[in-house]
Each structure stands twice: as C-alpha cells, then as structure tokens.
Ligand binder design. Structure first.
Ligand SMILES: [Zn+2]
Length: 247
C-alpha cells in the first residue's frame, strides 16, 4: 500500500503501467458515498480533478449486491449504472468508480487488449462469482485472463467476518469445500472473501503473480477505513475506488 499526500492509496502491482490510474480513498480522505448530493457536487469533482479525470466521463455503479455487469462506452455512457455491480471499459478517458465499506473493490487491467474493469464483491457477489462474469466479458472484448492484472483492494478480513452456519455452508458448497476460504476459529464460522476471489481468479487462468490482495482489514483498521460491519447504523462514510487510463 502506498499512501499518497492526498490521503488516497495506490497499489504496487499497477505501478508498472504508467498510463493506468487506480486509487482508493481512505477514511482520511473523507466520505465518498456517491449517494450523497453534496459529495457528488463538491468532493467528487475535486478528487477526480486532482487526477485530471473529466467529470463527464466518470461512471459509477449503484451496487445492488447482484452479479450484473455492464460494458461502458461512448454510446451507452451513464454517470451511474443503476443495476450494476461491475463495469468493463476500453474507451480511453472513461473512468470507473466503486463505493466500498467492507466489500471487496476488485480492479482489473488487461494491458495488451487495453481493457480495465471494476467489480463490487461482497458476500453475495463473491458467492455468485461476479469476478467470473467480468473476466468472461473481458475475454469477449478480446482480452485474455493470462494477461489480466487484478488488485483486491481494502475489504473486511476473515479476522472480523464472522458468518452464520447457513452462509458458511453456502460458501463451502460454492468453493469446493475449501477450508482456506471458509473455516472456524473459536467455534465461529468465518469467510475469507479475498481468498475466495483469488481462488476464482486462479481457476479462470489469472496468474498468481498478477494478483495483489490488499493486506489489512477495513473493520480492524478503524483509523484508515470506514466499515459497515463495525459501524452499522453509525456508518460515517464510504470509500471510493477508481480506475481508468490517461489519454
Ligand atoms: Zn479485521
């Protein structure tokens, strides 16, 4: 994790791609929940202007905890895709945004085919394998999973992600009974959402050394991150992840 002076973080896996811009806000950046009009009108334009991103080419997703994804291009561009939990793009200048407060922000970049994508992967998205849908879409657009570079940004760790017996059993069924994904500590079921996503990426053919998992936990690191599980109704804000390429 690299902390920038503007209190966002960036990811070392993507440092090799000078044209790529990918960052996430933190608690120190303030609230970036895009449902709030004041953020859309002030904080968001200021943030993206800092990265020389055109505000008329910034697309975000409503995040309905489903597994529907959209391709974004000049013909269908919308500032917010209302039924979507993932966006895929290969149009220069269009940037993609995802809100997070425990779920995994997944950032994809295919440098050969010049395609980038985001996904919002909470337990439902992970269980319904939204990442597979994004990788399939990237393949349909001419990309290859062998060339994909994928970052799993800040999310709730298995340290804090205690789940019900029913949810644990669902994950065990979905992920080949993998005990590194779903396991018990002190008699409580836990799910490692990032490991589940990484496991899925491996099966899709994304090389391990082209996958980076953010080390840390949004729930434990309360100075750095907002966390839905920790804060519940008192949730003070959400983080925003952004990816796109320079012209
Ligand atoms: Zn934790």
């Amino acid at each position: 994790m690299k902390k920038n002076t503007d209190k966002t973080i960036s990811f070392s896996l993507f440092a090799q791609f000078p044209k790529l811009i990918c960052f996430m806000t933190t608690r120190l950046s303030g609230n970036f929940n895009l449902h709030e009009p004041s953020i859309l009108q002030k904080s968001l334009p200021e943030l993206i202007a800092h990265y020389s991103i055109n505000k008329d080419k910034f697309a975000s997703i409503e995040q309905v905890h489903g597994n529907h994804i959209d391709e974004v291009n000049v013909d269908n561009f919308e500032p917010r895709f209302s039924q979507s939990d993932g966006l895929v793009c290969s149009t220069k200048g269009i940037f993609l945004g995802v809100n997070i407060a425990d779920c995994i922000p997944v950032f994809f970049y295919e440098p050969q085919a010049y395609i980038w994508a985001i996904a919002h992967a909470g337990w439902r998205g992970t269980q319904s394998q939204i990442v597979s849908r994004v990788v399939t879409k990237i393949s349909q657009m001419g990309g290859s999973s062998r060339n994909l570079h994928v970052v799993l940004g800040p999310h709730i760790g298995a340290c804090c992600y205690v789940v019900s017996d029913a949810r644990a059993q669902t994950f065990l069924r979905t992920f080949d009974n993998n005990k590194l994904i779903t396991y018990k500590i002190q008699d409580k079921w836990r799910i490692d959402l990032a490991y589940a996503t990484a496991y899925e990426l491996r099966k899709l053919g994304v090389p391990k050394n082209q996958t980076q998992i953010f080390k840390g936990c949004t729930s434990c690191q309360d100075n750095d991150f907002f966390s839905f599980r920790r804060e519940q109704k008192n949730l003070a804000g959400e983080m925003l992840g952004v990816i796109g390429t320079k012209l």
